[in-house]
Design a protein around this ligand. Sequence first.
Ligand code: HEC
Length: 172
Amino acid sequence: MIRHIIAAIAIVLAAWAFWFMAQQDQKAERFQRIQEIIQKTRMEKVKVVNTVQPVAQPEQSAQKEEKKEEDEAAKKLKALQDRAGNVMAFKVSPLYKQKCSSCHGVNGEGIIGPKLIGMSQEKIYQALTDFKSGKRKNYVMYGLLSKMDDQQLRDLSKEISTFAEKLKAAGN
Ligand code: HEC
């Protein structure tokens, strides 16, 4: 009898552990994807440096294939960034540029993170405080905002809410 109870408890624990790990995996996956994209852009930079040396190394076809895929992904991201990220229509604050533009674009047009142009000050501030408090779950945004104070969040909300106007004024 006792053995049966112990076995039952063990099964329940194992099931719970399995479920818990699955949840963690799901959360980690989203972050992982962002990490991968960022990693690929770094790799591309390294490769550009490498092409300066004309020493051709014999490569295995599997490695080549992998590299090709990386190049493709990096190219796509580069194209996206060129289209959305690198052409600055108007100036932004150093804080926005440093902390936000890599994912949301230099003018808030969105790259990895969603487009911010056209969001109201209240909506942006709400989103930022929700990310920071963990009410809205996103590890990237949470990690970033946990190191910022309320005044910075207010300043950013105010600034980003003016992007739509500024874009219009810049003739876009
Ligand atoms: C590493 C990438 C990354 C950086 C850097 C980043 N964000 Fe985000 N941001 C995201 C992603 C991904 C989402 C979508 C999250 C979601 O909806 O769960 C998001 C969502 C948002 C939203 C909500 C948008 C909506 O439509 O509700 C706002 C507002 C925002 N970010 C502002 C900022 C600000 C301000 C900064 C700079 C302090 C910043 N983000 C930096 C990736 C990033």
